[in-house]
Design a protein around this ligand. Structure first.
Ligand SMILES: [Zn+2]
Length: 56
């Protein structure tokens, strides 16, 4: 999963009941719905572990 701004790696970050993807390089945070169309298998598998994801 790559950042759209800098092509850095996005990591799943859990904050309370919300989940975000954050870029390791520029620290930009994406909401799940922003990148939903681009989710790769690895990232999807991680997200599936969270049963309380709020897609806000
Ligand atoms: Zn970035």
């Amino acid at each position: 999963m790559k950042c759209r701004k800098c092509n850095g790696e996005l990591v799943v970050k859990r904050m309370c009941r919300r989940v975000r993807l954050q870029c390791k390089s520029c620290n930009h945070e994406y909401q799940i719905h922003e990148v939903a169309a681009d989710l790769d298998e690895k990232t999807s598998a991680i997200l599936e572990q969270y049963t309380t994801i709020i897609y806000d």
